[in-house]
Write a protein that binds this ligand. Sequence first.
Ligand code: NOJ
Length: 443
Amino acid sequence: MPFPKDFLWGCATAAGQVEGGALEDGRTPSIWDTFAAIPGKTYMGQTPAVACDSYHRFDRDLDNMKKLGLNAYRMSISWSRVLPEGTGPLNQKGVDYYKRCFEKLNEAGITPAVTLYHWDLPQVLEDKGGWVNRDSIEWFGEYAEKMFRTFGDVVPMWATVNEPIATYVGYAIGAFAPGRHNEAEGNQARHNILVAHGKGVEAFRAVNPKDSKIGIVIDIWKRHALTDSQADHDLMVDEDERNWKFYTDPVLGGRYSDYILEHLEREGTLMHIGPDDLRLMHLPIDFYGLNVYNRVPVTTDRQARADYTQGGNFMNNASEYYPKAISDAVRMINKMYDLKIPIYVTENGTYAVGDEPVGPDGIICDDDRIRYINGFLSELETVINEGCDVRGYFLWSLMDNFEWSAAYNYRFGIQSLNRETLQTEWKKSAYFYRDFIRRARGL
Ligand code: NOJ
């Protein structure tokens, strides 16, 4: 059976990675503008100040979406563009920009799937403690409510938060903005953002935009033990618990696991959990957004690691080619939480490091990316045929963009972007995706 007729075929981007226009028309810096300006934090000190210039070139992006045959586009709103003080008055120019984007997408028959928070906290709020401060829950609630009131009639699909694990990477590990290194703060920040998600859902139900739905995006990187040893099993469990399960458990399951509560307690880094927090985190949502890129093999055994490295199926970027990551994740989440809501694959894709080879026809020849997308889509088709309710696929990404700490060195796009002219060009994978969609949609 082919993909369902009304399946959403999209590409995904995020404001902080494509917009640029960092300080234009009243926008204030986000934590990523601040972080990228600190020497050594991003590849070659590159910043998102210009990025893909989508703030001025949305029509270019739209034109490419049309040519690709997309019927959906996942993008995010820059919080500090619409609320330069983080809370309080709306910035009309920022509002106008998004209004136009959403209207143009709708006119073109492309469903806007909009994320409220894709890692770009307004710096003014970071200055007040950021996600570690419990007030962040209220800040986000206010922002969410304002967005639903402003754009509820033109946006049929909302995600509160994208990959909440990024707060942990930003506050505990320091590899992402705001670059703090404190485990207890990292745990508090990631807890707070999940409660903030709940506040967003609550605001959505109160505003109740017509014909619109709300969800969250959580990434799954399933650990696989490379041997049958107890040590490898324990390592797999530990990493699963501390990574994706930290988020899916309370949101989809209604509670943190005993494992995580006991371990964080023992380690002295357990977050404060307010009396209403679990209810908020577990408020019913309309869909689950799955970001999936790969599995993560784990082992304590050096020989097993070496065997895997030598015998595995790897791509040019040295990451494993493992398309079952997508079907494994869909089946696993459905089963673990007895999911009654549809899944959208909100991100999937692969990257090249640095320039990609150009073929004799002058087109970037990214065969690895084509193989990757094809493999993942074929696995996706398999689980849909098994009866799993997956309703859309968003390829990351429409074009090469600001890949956070790896900046412009990691290329995730199906289009390249000339950093001097800011013009985009289709890679071979863009033609492949266009043809795939045409067949799937019967165009
Ligand atoms: C996760 C994030 O949501 C997105 O911002 C990032 O660029 C991609 N995956 C690729 O790493």
